[in-house]
Design a protein around this ligand. Structure first.
Ligand code: AMP
Ligand code: ZN
Length: 469
């Protein structure tokens, strides 16, 4: 399996530290608002990476934090005359509603900054004691010059960075180098605070991920992931903190997703060109949003548009119709053994096609093509007749591959008060047709259509569908 490692800027063979196990950390959201569809991309992308690793038999420990201490949360709390806790609690709940809707598996651990304060203080203390950090009037800075490899992820040269940063206006005189960043900041009125060896205050942003990764996964982890805007400075700073404190390499593979854009510009809260997942979910089912996010390779940008969403909805519908047909064949077709011309190798070829795509840096776009090709094969093959045995094999593969993508393509057993009525009408129509009473049969078809039900006569009997919205 090849993964593109931002650290080497190359596709590398994936070899986890410990055979059969993968330790994975994904930077989580700052919880002060609903997530937008750009934020949803790392969720869905790395959930799919996890699902593929699990499909391959790895035991994955997946950590995704919630940043619940931050300037923006504090500002929102002050604006709404409430507490930071109330704001973060509210948006963690909302975020999980969207994540569940997108069928993103819960992380093994979802740590929060407010719950890790002792460990945060401990790591900052270690950095100070090891000479990698210094304090000035209650602020603790990381000394980037003390870590010669600073810049190795973003491929920035420290001296050039320092020169560049010196040109900018707001230089903090207390810093030894303009690239030094804050690990701990002193208390200001109206802000939350914790006691520390450097006085009351709160942590800077970057330290939390170094601490939580160490706490839940250990000093060296396999995969660290997030959006590409996090490469610098956030991930660069995480590497500096973790490697300076722990004395060992931090993450073996760095994976970064590309942006969701609008009119080819990055979607972001600050630019105001964003759509929340919740807004889009009011117009399209969540599953279409997930499918949309997987329709591009994760490193390529995807331009958000209504047309693309609609085309994804149609594509997904095709796969779901195939699954529904298959279910019908399994319930109604004959043949517990394969018929001549039904060779399992015919469908296993699509598994190989799917795996080849995923083994090449999780190319979900090509993996979806493999699923479409499988669907096309199933539709053509089954039209000419299929045994129950072969239909079961087709279904098993279709469900396995779509599950790796986190798509649920088989509808739950139809429920609803109208199901009995629909079934009774279909039976009445079948009887009418047998009696050559076509006027009644047509009238029943009309009646069903008015109820939003489409029917299809097949060799095995009548199938029915609820019409798409
Ligand atoms: P934030 O809440 O801005 O810290 O972002 C949470 C996650 O979403 C990070 O991994 C970001 O890199 C990612 N992200 C933010 N905006 C976009 C976007 N437009 N496209 C893709 N990923 C994004
Ligand atoms: Zn992080």
């Amino acid at each position: 399996m090849k993964v593109y490692n931002t650290l080497s800027r190359k596709k590398e063979e994936f070899i986890p530290l410990q055979e059969g196990k993968v330790k994975m950390y994904v930077c989580g959201p700052t919880v002060y608002n609903y997530i937008h569809i750009g934020n949803a991309r790392p969720y869905v992308t790395f959930d799919t990476v996890r699902r593929y690793l699990e499909y391959k038999g790895y035991e994955v420990t997946y950590v995704q934090n919630f940043t619940d201490v931050d300037d923006k949360i504090i500002k929102k709390a002050n604006d709404e005359h409430t507490t930071m806790e109330a704001i973060s609690e509210r948006y963690i709940k909302e975020c999980l509603i969207d994540a569940d809707g997108l069928n993103v598996k819960r992380a093994t651990y979802h740590p929060r900054v407010t719950q890790e304060m002792d460990h945060i203080i401990e790591m900052i203390d270690t950095l100070v004691k090891k000479g990698h950090a210094y304090e000035h009037e209650g602020t603790v800075y990381f000394d980037t010059k003390s870590f010669p490899e600073y810049g190795k992820l973003s491929k920035k040269n420290l001296d050039e960075l320092i020169a560049g940063a010196s040109d900018r206006v707001e230089i903090d005189d207390a810093k030894k180098n303009p690239t030094d960043f804050v690990l701990w900041k002193p208390y200001k009125p109206g802000e939350p605070k914790w006691a520390s060896p450097w006085g009351e205050g709160r942590p800077g942003w970057h330290i939390e991920c170094s601490v939580m990764a160490k706490q839940y996964l250990g000093d060296t982890i396999d995969i660290h992931a997030g959006g590409e805007d996090l490469i610098f400075p956030h991930h660069e700073n995480e590497i500096a903190q973790s490697e300076a404190a722990n004395g060992v390499p931090f993450a073996r593979y760095w994976l970064h997703n590309g942006f969701i854009t609008v009119n080819n510009e990055k979607m972001s809260k600050s630019a105001g060109n964003f759509f929340t997942v919740r807004e889009i979910a009011a117009q399209f089912p969540y599953e279409v949003i997930r499918f949309f996010l997987l329709n591009g390779q994760y490193r390529s940008p995807i331009n958000f548009s209504r047309e693309l969403m609609e085309s994804c909805q149609n594509g997904l519908e095709r796969i779901k119709n195939c699954a529904k047909d298959l279910q019908y064949y399994i319930e109604n077709a004959q043949g517990d053994t394969l018929a001549p011309g039904e060779d399992p190798a015919q469908i296993e070829a699509f598994r190989t096609q799917f795996e080849t795509a995923m083994e090449d840096d999780f190319n979900t776009a090509d993996a979806i093509t493999a699923v479409y090709d499988l669907v096309k094969f199933i539709n053509i093959h089954n039209k000419a007749g299929v045994t129950k045995a072969f239909a079961q094999k087709e279904m098993a593969l279709l469900l396995t591959l779509t599950d790796v993508l986190g798509m649920v393509v088989l509808p739950k057993e139809e429920e609803g008060e109208d199901v009995e009525k629909i079934k009774a009408l279909i039976e009445k129509r079948t009887q009418a047709k047998k009696a050559k009473d076509f006027a009644t049969a047509d009238a029943i078809r009309e009646q069903l259509a008015e109820m939003g039900i489409t029917i299809k006569d097949t060799r095995q009997g009548v199938q029915w569908f609820r019409s798409a919205k």
